[in-house]
Design a protein around this ligand. Structure first.
Ligand code: SF4
Length: 434
């Protein structure tokens, strides 16, 4: 049997084959399917049309429903979408439904999935959201799919997938205190472009990756899709297993999968993290790379710290370190990805002060756990760019209109760079503060 990458091994196992090769099509059995308030209604519509109005989902324990996108809004259509999730969850008796307004409410799906124990090494996780690739940080094959495919999965538990070839990105060295995973992935996307990994697996490896905590690894995999990647993936190590074993929903058995020595890659690109610099993606594309040094001093109107990419506790800890005892010069919005992260804003302390108190004392506003303005949303969405202003953000996309107004300018950066810039009112270099 020829040597395989992690992605190939997972898809071989999921399709009941001894081995698979890039380009091969397989019927993969799905371990978890996730959908949310934006795509859930469309997915259920496809499912009912194709499998009948009274059809039951293939496995109700493998479906996870997470309202997270357009949640805290008066918009009637957005509210209706959540109602459709409620109705479907009730009708199908879905256990893993994290409904808003209940104690189970979580917030952003890609952070909620691991927190609630739905991510496990070696599995196939599909979701009706392009950033489903985030879960590759747990050593699994995770990718976003459309409503039609998801409707088919609901009925059959399978999907016809093409095995992607793998590109390997190796990071060496200890991350300097002024860099975060966001800088690494923005550098990669800037180097290969937004189509540089189209329908390929992006495998992240090297001591620089394994030195990162699990949340930072999630940031790396989260933005694989910004390079067009089919999936991002990092082999599970003890850090991964410690996290997964504490949370594993249903205590399901799983298999850790590693890339075989001699496995073939499209290419391997090696980075020395000690030589890298804070990076920014300028408007209007995640691959419009500049070093902070090149754009330092650019005037800003707003700072935004949140989303599945930049709204985890690690992100807020980093930002709070810089904001502690200081005042922001521009409107600054803080949005925890999940309710668990929101609780962390109270329990995590720096010098005896909670992160929440540090943010509020700095003049930042804190919103409720959700996607909030990452995807713009209805006009009453917290932090939405309702005017053609300039914003620096820890989110993952900056295409025109992504955070609201079509003429708004969005700069993507790490939480450290966003916090430093919030204090300056212009793009600032966090190395001056760290
Ligand atoms: S936080 Fe942003 S990128 Fe993440 S799932 Fe929500 S809208 Fe998508």
């Amino acid at each position: 049997m020829s040597a395989m990458t992690m992605t190939e091994k997972i898809l071989a196992r999921a399709s009941g084959k001894g081995s698979v090769a890039p380009g091969e099509n397989v019927w993969a059995n799905v371990d978890v399917l996730m959908t949310h308030d934006v795509c859930g209604p469309g997915t259920f519509g496809v499912f009912k049309k194709e499998f009948g109005p009274d059809a039951k989902v293939w496995d109700k324990e493998k479906l996870v429903l997470i309202p997270d996108h357009y949640i805290f809004t008066q918009d009637a259509m957005a509210n209706r979408n959540v109602d459709v999730l409620r109705q479907f969850a009730k009708e199908q008796d879905i256990k893993y439904f994290y409904d808003v307004g209940t104690e189970k409410y979580k917030g952003v799906c890609h952070i909620a999935l691991p927190e609630e124990g739905h991510t496990r090494p070696g599995e196939v996780l599909l979701g009706t959201d392009s950033h489903t690739c985030t879960a590759g940080a747990f050593g699994e094959f995770a990718t976003g799919i459309g409503n039609t495919d998801a409707g088919f999965v609901l009925g059959t538990g399978k999907l016809w997938l093409k095995v992607p070839p793998t590109m390997r990105f190796v990071f060496h060295g200890n991350l300097p205190p002024y860099l975060m995973a966001k800088d690494l992935i923005l550098a990669v996307i800037g180097d290969i472009g937004v189509d540089g990994a189209t329908y390929r697996a992006m495998e992240f490896d090297g001591d620089g990756v394994y030195a990162l905590n699990i949340e930072e690894r999630m940031t790396l995999c989260n933005m694989a899709i910004e390079a067009g990647g089919k999936n991002g993936i990092i082999a599970a190590d003890q850090v991964t297993l410690d996290y997964v074993n504490k949370r594993n929903a249903g205590s399901k058995p799983y298999n850790v999968v590693k890339t075989d020595p001699g496995a073939k890659f499209v290419f391997e690109k090696v980075y020395d993290v000690t030589k890298m610099e804070p990076v920014i993606a300028k408007p209007h594309s995640p691959d419009n790379k500049a070093t902070v040094t090149q754009v330092k001093g650019t005037k800003l109107d707003r700072a935004y710290i949140g989303s599945c990419t930049g709204g985890k506790l690690t992100d807020f800890r980093a930002a709070a370190e810089l904001l502690n005892g200081k005042s922001v010069k521009i409107d600054t919005f803080v949005v925890p990805a999940t309710t668990e992260v929101a609780r962390g804003l109270d329990s995590e302390k720096i010098g005896g002060k909670s992160l929440r108190d540090i943010f509020l004392a700095s003049g930042a506003k804190i919103g409720e756990a959700s996607c909030a303005a990452c995807l713009g949303g209805p006009s009453d969405t917290f932090g939405r760019l309702n005017a053609p202003i300039s914003c620096i953000s820890t989110t993952n996309r900056n295409f025109p209109g992504r955070m609201g107004h079509k003429e708004a300018q969005v700069f993507l950066a790490s939480p450290l760079t966003v916090a430093a810039s919030a204090l300056a009112g212009t793009i600032a270099d966090c190395r001056d503060l760290v």
